[in-house]
Ligand binder design. Structure first.
Ligand code: CTP
Length: 152
């Protein structure tokens, strides 16, 4: 049995995440995903919209993912690879070369990222919606709710 492992934050789960996980799963028989905990993200200076529990549940619900474990720190990878008998460690190529030190323990690969999407990009796009547009959307929603209420 070939065991594949990867790590990530997976906040605002998007198509780039899914592409990476599906491609990694195809390279083996079992895919284990380390999802960064909220405490670890804080340490990394990463602000998440979804909690660890939510992110881990979303990743764990995917057909291509067999197991989710918490990623608590940078140093645990060696231990995880040994403990879970990992054959292949894979990350997106924004991490190119960063985990080559794990090559003594298993095969290490970097897959090309899905272009033009990232959690950071999504957060920036959402932040660009101006308050006036949000107000208009809210008014639209309120009108729909009024109609629904009138129909009850
Ligand atoms: N990833 C990918 N293609 C994308 C975005 C992410 O293949 N378009 C991969 C990353 O290379 C990483 C994994 O998905 O191996 C988890 O990445 P994560 O940092 O959680 O996602 P990003 O969208 O890159 O988030 P951020 O912008 O916060 O760095």
């Amino acid at each position: 049995m070939k065991i594949v492992m990867t790590y990530g934050t997976f906040d605002l789960f998007h198509i780039g995440h899914l592409n990476l996980l599906e491609r990694l799963a195809e390279l083996g028989d079992k895919l284990i995903v380390g999802v960064s905990t909220d405490e670890f993200n804080q340490e990394k200076g990463k602000q998440c919209l979804y909690s660890y529990q939510e992110r881990a549940r979303i990743v764990g619900a995917l057909k291509c993912v067999d197991k989710v474990i918490p990623e608590n720190n940078w140093q645990q990878k060696q231990q995880d690879i040994i403990e879970h008998k990992v054959d292949l460690f894979g990350m997106g190529n924004d991490w190119q070369g960063k985990f080559d030190n794990l090559q003594d323990l298993c095969e290490v690969i970097y897959l090309s990222r899905t272009p033009t999407i990232s959690t950071t990009q999504l957060k920036l796009s959402l932040a660009k919606i101006d308050p006036q547009t949000i107000q208009k959307m809210k008014q639209g929603l309120d009108s729909v709710l009024d109609i629904v209420k009138a129909l009850e």
